[in-house]
Design a protein. Structure first.
Length: 437
């Protein structure tokens, strides 16, 4: 398919400054660009058309956006922060504020050349954009064997990628050797791979240690030095919800950004879990390239391709939720409120650990390691997970998730501390019934 001039211009910039990044792009990624059409012309008019502005397709009256009183009565926000379209890449002030937050919470990101976060309609949209930009049919996508099922829709079903996995656990720890071996194997037979790291992990609620993060970065670097071009996606959906001292207390993105010209790190985060604002659908995608050329030019080209994909898909993310997230970030009580909620979840996780110490449970399941996030998983013994899930639902009105034939995921995030023991006792009772004990 023909590559239009604006896309060709971006591709030429990447070829000059970071040729490996150009090679990482999918066919669609190469074709993408941000058009110099209504959006860009309207942006110019907003800056200069101080007398009359007859560009963008909204209705105005009395110098502001036209709106209905039946909508406005539910908001204390100014109409200008609600009703107009947000910029395709998101509100500039929100993007700046999120970058400040990222640098505050992730020391290893500081001092590195990074793209500015681009607003997405939450993390799933960000993952979808990454798949459009980088995944061609047949491209290998490396994931831990404990994975969020929606990755299959995003990378395999929609884009034709091929998911390959490595074992997440080596006993109670991250399986460094398996991860390194899988990357070495990919480097021997592929020119490119998409590597997806999801910590805290969904479904297990596991985050590796600082030493694990160093080992992961070294494995990625070793594969890069052998010529494997890697787009490393850091799915940080549950970022910040770390419950013990062993957890890496920041995103692994900081270990990977700027690592090697054959590595493009991509951070996916957002307000969804970090601000407990699931329905707001505010996420971010951030690029961290490496190389000897102008990384500012590389990140600018990737930004234009990304916002081109947004423009061609959803046009822009919702404005009201962006405004509210920005105001929350600027609130003097924001950090204290987040810390309070984190402590609630930490207490629930601690109670799960305590309850799982019951001796009788040992015949029914083995818990996987967990130290963060919303979830934990158990591996059942002798009973099919789907049968147990249905039995719990129909006989005990208790809902859990069967993630594969042997694994059950429990979201302790939505259980009060005093409910946790009863949930596991109920699950044990149901297991005994199915096991014929």
């Amino acid at each position: 398919m023909k590559i239009l001039p604006l896309a060709a211009e971006l591709n030429a910039s990447l070829e000059k400054e970071a040729p490996a990044v150009l090679e990482m792009l999918s066919d669609l990624g190469r074709r993408l660009y941000f058009p110099k059409g209504i959006i860009s012309q309207s942006a110019e008019a907003k800056a200069k058309a101080h007398r009359f502005n007859a560009t963008i397709g909204i209705a105005t009256e009395k110098g502001g956006p036209m709106h209905l009183a039946s909508l406005q009565r539910y908001f204390q926000l100014e109409p200008k922060d609600l009703y107009p379209y947000a910029p395709t890449g998101g509100r500039q002030d929100l993007r700046d504020a999120w970058r400040e937050k990222q640098l505050r919470e992730n020391p290893r990101m500081r001092g590195k050349a990074l793209g500015l976060p681009i607003v997405t309609a939450a993390l799933t949209h960000g993952l979808g954009l990454a798949s459009e930009l980088f995944v061609n049919p047949g491209d290998r996508v490396l994931l831990a064997d404990k994975l969020w099922g929606n990755y299959r829709l995003t990378f395999e079903v929609r884009q034709g990628g091929v998911i390959e996995t490595f074992p997440l656990f080596d006993g109670p720890r991250f399986h460094r050797a398996a991860f390194a071996a899988k990357l070495e194997e990919l480097a021997a037979r592929e020119k490119k791979a998409i590597v997806l790291l999801n910590f805290p992990n969904n479904p297990t609620g596991f985050t590796p240690s600082r030493a694990d993060a160093d080992a992961i970065a070294q494995a990625v670097l070793a594969a890069a030095e052998k010529g494997l071009r890697q787009v490393v996606l850091c799915d940080d959906a549950y970022f910040g919800l770390f419950y013990d001292e062993e957890c890496l207390p920041e995103s692994i993105f900081g270990y990977l950004a700027g690592l090697h010209p054959n590595v493009l790190a991509v951070k996916l985060d957002g307000a969804t879990k970090e601000e407990f604002a699931w329905g707001f659908r505010v996420g971010f995608i951030t690029f961290g390239a490496a190389g000897k050329g102008s990384l500012d030019a590389v990140h600018a080209a990737l930004e234009k391709k990304t916002i081109g994909a947004i423009r061609g898909g959803i046009s822009s993310s919702p404005h009201p939720s962006q405004t509210v997230v920005l105001k929350a970030l600027r609130s003097p009580t924001f950090e204290a409120e987040r810390a309070e909620k984190k402590e609630v979840l930490r207490a629930r996780a601690a109670r799960v650990h305590e309850v799982l110490g019951k001796k009788e449970y040992e015949e029914a399941w083995t818990p996987y390691p967990f130290n963060s996030g919303y979830f934990m998983c158990v591996r059942l013994k002798g009973v099919d997970a789907e049968k147990l899930r249905v039995h719990l639902l129909e006989r005990y009105q208790t809902g859990v998730i069967a993630t594969d034939p042997a694994d059950i995921r429990i979201a302790f995030s939505c259980l009060e501390v005093e409910q946790i023991e009863e949930v596991f006792d109920t699950m044990y009772r149901a297991w005994r019934e199915l096991a014929g004990r």
